[in-house]
Write a protein that binds this ligand. Structure first.
Ligand SMILES: *Cc1c(COP(=O)(O)O)cnc(C)c1O
Ligand code: SF4
Length: 445
C-alpha cells in the first residue's frame, strides 16, 4: 500500500534530537521530588502511597507537561504524582511506619496487598460480569457488556507511558496477577467475534495499547480486518497526552501510522479514543504534531476523560479542553465520573457538582464540541448519564438516563433519583418518590 504520510517534523526527527523515552518509577521518586521543597515527612508519605498505588511517569511528562513552579498545585503533577491523602489515614500511617523502620520487603508487600484489597480493585463486577464464554472457556482478556461492543485487553498493553493517580485500571499495574484482565489468545478473540456477528465494534484497550510496539499491535489489529461484521475499531490511549513521540519519532512511529491507514483503507471506522484530562496536556507542539499525523491517516480522534477533584474540577478547564481538542480536529466524546475504586474518596466529585461543571462548560462551547456526553458513570447496569436536577411533584430529584445498558431496552429512558448533594456514585442514589426501583428492570445496586 502506498502511503500519504507526511514526514515527521524535521526538528524532532534527527537521531541526535529525537526524544528518548525514559520511564521513572518509585525508585526515582525521591530524586524527582528534589525539584520542589517538601518537608521530609511529606516526602516519606508520598513514598508510602507509591508503595501501594502504582507510580510511573516519564521524561516528557516531567520536563514538558508539569510546570514545576506551580507544584504542588500543578494539575499534571497532581495527575501523575502520589498525594498523601490518597490513602485512608490509618493505612498511610501503617505504610509510613514500615518505610521509616525499613521493614523487610516482604512485610511491605504484604501490607500493600491488604490495603489494595480494601480499595475495591474491580468495581462494577468487571472481573466476572463481563467476561464472555466461548466453547466452554472463559475469555478473560475480553469484556462483552453491551451487545455491539467487545473490549480487548492485549497482554502486552497492560501498562501505560505514565500513570494517572486516579486510574481505575490500577490493578492491571501492581503485579498482582489475580487482578489482571489480559489476553494474548488472538485466535480465540477472532473465533468469538465470528460467532457473535452482533459485535460491530471492538475497542482495544488496557492499560494503554500504544505502549506495544507496532509489530505487536499489528497482531491484534490485523485479524480484526478479516472479520466482516467488525465495522469499527477503537484504540483507547493516553499516549497523545503522555508520549506524543509515539506518533512522531519512535523507531516504529511511521509503521504505526501505516497500520492506522490500513485499517481506514479497509473501510472501517478507526477511532483513537484519546484520554485527555487537562488542557495543559494540549499545549506542547509535539502533541499537536502527533494529532495532525494521526488525523492524516484518516483515523478520528475522540476525546474522553474523568472529572477529578483537584485536577480538572472547573468549568473553565473543561471548556478549554473541549474547545482546544475541537480546534485540533478531535471530537469530544465522554466526560466520566471518577469510579468507585482506588482513591475515589480523594478524587471523587459529588454528582451534583459534576453536573454543574459539565453544564457550565457545555454552555461555553460551540455546537461542534457538544458531541460530548456527561457526566457519565460507567456502572454495573451500564453508562449512566446525569442529565441534571429538577423539581418533580414537590421533590428535588436527579434526572438520569442510560446511554449504554447491559439490557438495551433500558437505553434512553429517563429516570429519577432522590437528590443527594453528597452522592458521588450510582450506588449512593435511591429512587425518587419512595419508589422501590429506578425503572422496571433497573433496581437499586
Ligand atoms: C463505554 C464502554 C463501551 C463503549 O460504549 P460506547 O457507548 O459505544 O462508547 C463498551 N464496553 C464497556 C464496558 C464500556 O464501559
Ligand atoms: S491513561 Fe488511563 S490507563 Fe493509563 S494510567 Fe491514566 S487512567 Fe490509567
Amino acid at each position: 500500500m502506498s502511503s500519504t504520510l507526511d514526514p515527521a517534523p524535521t526538528s524532532t526527527r534527527s537521531p541526535d534530537t529525537s526524544p528518548r523515552f525514559r520511564a521513572f518509577t518509585p525508585r526515582d521518586l525521591d530524586g524527582l521530588l528534589q525539584r520542589v521543597s517538601l518537608p521530609p515527612d511529606e516526602r516519606l508519605a508520598l513514598r508510602a502511597v507509591a508503595a501501594v498505588l502504582p507510580f510511573r511517569t516519564n521524561s516528557y511528562v516531567v520536563d514538558e507537561l508539569i510546570d514545576w513552579t506551580a507544584v504542588p498545585d500543578d494539575p499534571i503533577f497532581r495527575l501523575t504524582f502520589p498525594q498523601a491523602e490518597m490513602l485512608p489515614e490509618s493505612d498511610l500511617k501503617q505504610m509510613t511506619d514500615l518505610l521509616r523502620h525499613e521493614a523487610p520487603k516482604a512485610e511491605v508487600l504484604r501490607a500493600a496487598h491488604e490495603i489494595r484489597m480494601r480499595l475495591n480493585p474491580h468495581p462494577s463486577g468487571q472481573l466476572d460480569a463481563n467476561v464472555p464464554v466461548h466453547e466452554g472457556r472463559r475469555l478473560t482478556g475480553l469484556q462483552h457488556k453491551y451487545p455491539e461492543t467487545v473490549l480487548v485487553f492485549p497482554r502486552q498493553g497492560q501498562t501505560c507511558h505514565a500513570y494517572c493517580t486516579y486510574c481505575f485500571r490500577w490493578p492491571q499495574f501492581v503485579g498482582e496477577s489475580d487482578l489482571r484482565i489480559a489476553t494474548d489468545d488472538i485466535a480465540a478473540t477472532s473465533a468469538y467475534l465470528r460467532a457473535h456477528p452482533e459485535v460491530t465494534s471492538t475497542l482495544i484497550t488496557g492499560g494503554d495499547p500504544m505502549v506495544m510496539s507496532t509489530e505487536v499491535l499489528r497482531r491484534y489489529v490485523e485479524p480484526l480486518l478479516e472479520i466482516d461484521t467488525v465495522r469499527s475499531i477503537r484504540i483507547g490511549t493516553k499516549s497523545l497526552a503522555f508520549w506524543p513521540y509515539r506518533f512522531l519519532t519512535d523507531r516504529d512511529a511511521d509503521d504505526l501510522l501505516r497500520l492506522l491507514e490500513k485499517v481506514v483503507a479497509s473501510g472501517r471506522n478507526l477511532a483513537l479514543m484519546a484520554h485527555f484530562t487537562h488542557p495543559q496536556e494540549l499545549r506542547p507542539p509535539a502533541v499537536r504534531a502527533a494529532m495532525r499525523r494521526v488525523r492524516d491517516t484518516g483515523a478520528v480522534i475522540r476525546c474522553q476523560g474523568p472529572l477529578v477533584r483537584g485536577i480538572n474540577d472547573s468549568a473553565e478547564a473543561w471548556a478549554e479542553l473541549w474547545n482546544e481538542t475541537t480546534a485540533l480536529g478531535a471530537v469530544p466524546y465522554y466526560q466520566f465520573v471518577e469510579r468507585d475504586t482506588g482513591p475515589q474518596g480523594y478524587f471523587g466529585v459529588p454528582l451534583a457538582r459534576c453536573h454543574q461543571i459539565f453544564r457550565d462548560a457545555y454552555a461555553q462551547v460551540s455546537g461542534l464540541a457538544r458531541t460530548v456526553r456527561g457526566p457519565v458513570m460507567s456502572a454495573m447496569p451500564g453508562k449512566v448519564c446525569v442529565d441534571g436536577t429538577a423539581e418533580v411533584a414537590g421533590e428535588k430529584v436527579f434526572v438520569l438516563h442510560l446511554i449504554q445498558a447491559r439490557d438495551p431496552d433500558l437505553v434512553g429512558r429517563p429516570f429519577f433519583a432522590a437528590y443527594d448533594e453528597r452522592a458521588t456514585w450510582f450506588s449512593d442514589l435511591k429512587p425518587a418518590f419512595g419508589a422501590s426501583r429506578f425503572l422496571p428492570g433497573l433496581d437499586l445496586v
